[in-house]
Design a protein around this ligand. Structure first.
Ligand code: SF4
Ligand code: SF4
Length: 409
């Protein structure tokens, strides 16, 4: 073994990564803290920056290093640091460098307010090798600070972003449309086009309830802030041709009734360690019966013994069995155990808001009729074939017209 620069080079012989083709873990999400220096009106997790109770329960530097080492030993190639605001941790730079020294790439989710020249220099010298993802809450101080409930936050966000721009550190942006910033959408999309990296505007469309079910008053605010299902559909389909093209391929593969299995998703294959060392099957699923306490075990035990058991769990709620289990739109619906837990405190209650959006999409694509419910449709295979055929005919007509006019499609 030799230590050259910041990466520890090891003999690959005997490394778990090379023993099997498929590593046990490919990526790990790490929620370093639930605390945040923003207090955004729509957030599903944030606790106050100075919440000493939460801070006192957070894992320490050495505990995080032990978990990161386990992840690397299991073959993980990347780690995502998220929160809350992960840069609130005094040891962030140390944990970042430790992760990179283990050879893992890093994704960082941040609001960029706490970006410093030193930290930006660190990213320039030892690149994360994956884009930093920065949240944008407004184009001006009045909109941004109103959403973040944090005076001065916008100025700090822009300063942080400039530090990344000056050093040409790749980043992506994600926004959310809320009453204080909805009128800025065109301005936001124009601004993005001026930034390096050929970014496309991206929005968090479906606001989640508090995933710890810890704040019913905040849930009521989140519910009021949600876009109307019709507006969500308009945003989803704003680039109609792209949307229909994507749905053509998607529908053939993923639209079918999925039965009573709760986990048809990736939950439990990689997972997320929360700020206190609870290993969750995914970032959002915090049902206390579905997490693994790392103070009593290892990532490997969770991945090989506990999570596979959790994944066997079946739905038993009659409403779920009557609707979601028989619904061929399940693949495009955001209904899942994590969302059901946050909304209703169970793993298998259909989420009405998400159901409405899925049905609007189904109608938009011509897969279901007005007033029809997707779980009542028996000839869903025929409908999907008809839809795919129609889209393919449309695409070939467009190609022929482009050929005739001498324009390359
Ligand atoms: S959020 Fe839902 S769909 Fe996504 S991984 Fe978690 S349980 Fe599965
Ligand atoms: S569209 Fe409705 S019935 Fe279908 S999976 Fe989603 S929530 Fe369940």
């Amino acid at each position: 073994m030799s230590d050259q620069g910041f990466v520890l080079k090891k003999n690959a012989q005997g490394s778990s990564l090379f023993k099997s083709k498929q590593p046990l873990l490919s990526h790990l999400d790490i929620e370093l803290t639930e605390r945040c220096n923003n207090a955004c009106m729509h957030c599903y997790i944030n606790l106050p920056e100075r919440d000493t109770n939460a801070q006192g329960r957070e894992l320490g530097t050495d505990q995080w290093k032990a978990i990161l080492t386990q992840a690397a030993d299991l073959g993980a190639l990347s780690v995502r640091f998220t929160g809350g605001e992960p840069l609130l941790r005094d040891d962030f730079a140390e944990l970042y460098l430790y992760t990179r020294r283990l050879g893992m790439k890093v994704v960082l989710f941040t609001n960029a307010r706490l970006m410093t020249p030193e930290l930006a220099d660190l990213f320039a010298r030892f690149p994360p090798l994956m884009e930093i993802e920065v949240s944008v809450y407004g184009m001006h101080a009045d909109s941004y600070d109103a959403i973040a409930y944090a005076p001065g936050a916008f100025a700090e966000f822009r300063r942080g972003l400039n530090l990344l721009l000056e050093r040409q550190i790749p980043f992506g942006l994600k926004s959310v449309l809320l009453p204080p910033n909805q009128h800025e959408r065109d301005e936001y999309e124009s601004w993005i086009r001026t930034l390096p990296g050929n970014m496309k505007p991206s929005y968090s469309l479906l606001l989640d309830f508090r995933t710890r079910r810890d704040n019913p008053a905040k849930n009521r605010i989140i519910e009021r802030l949600r876009l109307k299902p019709e507006d969500s559909l308009a945003l989803l389909t704003r680039h109609e041709a792209d949307y229909c093209r994507a749905m053509t391929q998607f529908s053939e593969k993923f639209l079918y009734p999925q039965g009573d299995e709760l986990f048809n998703c990736g939950a439990g294959h990689n997972g997320c360690v929360d700020a206190y060392g609870q290993y969750q099957m995914c970032m959002l699923l915090r049902h206390p019966d579905m997490v693994y306490d790392l103070s009593n075990g290892t990532l490997k035990e969770a991945l090989t013994e506990t999570f596979p058991n959790f994944r066997q769990k079946k739905a038993s709620n009659p409403a779920y069995l009557q609707r979601c289990a028989r619904c061929f739109l399940k693949g495009l619906c955001e209904q899942c155990p994590a969302k059901s837990w946050a909304e209703y405190g169970t793993l298998d209650t259909p989420v009405e808001y998400l159901c409405q959006i899925a049905h609007l999409q189904g109608r938009y694509l011509g897969l279901i009729e007005e007033g029809e419910m997707a779980w009542e449709v028996n000839d869903w295979q025929k409908r999907i074939q008809t839809f795919v055929h129609k889209m393919e005919m449309q695409a070939s007509t467009e190609i022929s017209q482009a050929d005739l006019s001498g324009v390359k499609p």
